[in-house]
Design a protein around this ligand. Structure first.
Ligand code: PLP
Length: 325
């Protein structure tokens, strides 16, 4: 029976049309609701694929420990799968990760290690370096290594891309996704462009991330990187899972852009997504304004608004951080 374990119901998420928020006449916008995955985000797809592979290749053995650096969603997927399969999970994350996300990992029985968001990528305190060190020091451990593991985009190439192609009956013309590891955008774009090379791919990037400059100039200056509130997209280093050759255009967005559209999505469409879903829809709406021909834009709602009740869905937090509500 297909739905007999949580592990088997990852993916095959719904795709729904935005009916109210999109004023464009000839452009349809669809969102893929990744919060329907069992741990509540798009990351179930990659963790399932990577763990399957690690078990098959003997890299993860019974009684082993899974270690990962995560902004919370990969951690939830790891923690859920570790709980199902009887592994131990140790997860490192920057301290900007919402309390709800940190507590969710503990609920699954994972150990969490919180590091300063301001730690630079080359510092031992950075959450990625912390995870590397813990993996080295822990016997019988396996690190997911989501940033540089090519099984990450492969998971999207094998699942997210084909699902979107099928759900739009091959009518998709544009794909929009902000990225962190870049797995979602790279794997999905690769599959979609193989089906139809005319499909255009757009990546929104938060102000403060290095990806936009890297895409536009081939270079980046870490001194111009800064912290921002949106959790889970943008980067301070170039991930190997991110393939810029598949990206046609990038937009820069602000926290306010992402949060305003996320809140509007909940109020007008009944879609309660996180801040990155807001950023993706903000970019899809901006793209729609530029299109003169009929188009079908698909974008992603990577996770649920429930994970951000104390932040972008909390008016006091918004005002305290100088955002308008
Ligand atoms: C909330 C959220 N949105 C989007 C993404 C981006 O996904 P990817 O790492 O596949 O680029 C992440 C990744 O951590 C995330 O947590």
């Amino acid at each position: 029976m297909k739905g007999n374990t949580l592990f088997n119901i990852v993916g095959n998420t719904p795709l729904v049309k935005l009916n109210k928020i999109n004023p464009a006449k000839n452009v349809e916008i669809y969102v893929k609701l990744e919060f329907f995955n069992p741990s509540g985000s798009v990351k179930d797809r990659i963790v399932k694929h990577i763990i399957d592979n690690a078990e098959r290749n003997g890299l993860l053995k019974p009684g082993g420990t899974i270690v990962e650096n995560t902004s919370g969603n990969t951690g939830a997927a790891v923690a859920m799968i570790a709980a199902i399969k009887g592994y131990k999970a140790i997860l490192t994350m920057p301290d900007k990760v919402s309390e709800e996300k940190q507590n969710a990992l503990k609920a699954y029985g994972a150990e969490i290690v919180v590091t300063p968001t301001s730690a630079l990528p080359n510092s031992p305190e950075h959450y990625v370096n912390t995870a590397i060190r813990i993996a080295e020091e822990t016997p019988n451990s396996f690190r997911i290594n989501q940033y540089d593991n090519l099984l990450n985009p492969e998971a999207h190439y094998l699942t997210t891309g084909p699902e979107i192609w099928e759900q739009t009956e091959g009518k998709v013309t544009h794909f929009v996704a902000a990225g962190s590891t870049g797995g979602t955008i790279s794997g999905t774009a690769k599959f979609l462009k193989e089906q139809n090379p005319n499909i255009k791919v757009l990546m929104p990037d938060p102000v403060g991330s290095i990806y936009y400059d890297y895409f536009k100039t081939g270079k980046y200056d870490l001194s111009s990187a800064c912290t921002y509130h949106v959790e889970g997209v943008g980067e301070d280093h170039i991930a190997k899972a991110m393939d810029f050759s598949l990206v046609d255009e990038m937009y820069k967005f602000t926290d306010q852009d992402a949060f305003s559209v996320a809140r509007q999505l909940a109020k007008t469409e009944g879609i309660f997504g996180g801040g990155t879903g807001g950023a993706n829809v903000w970019a899809a709406l901006k793209l729609a304004e530029t299109l003169t021909e009929p188009a079908v834009i698909v974008t992603i709602i990577p996770d649920s608004g429930v994970k951000y009740l104390s932040k972008l869905y909390n008016d006091k937090w918004m005002k305290d951080n100088n955002f308008s509500v």
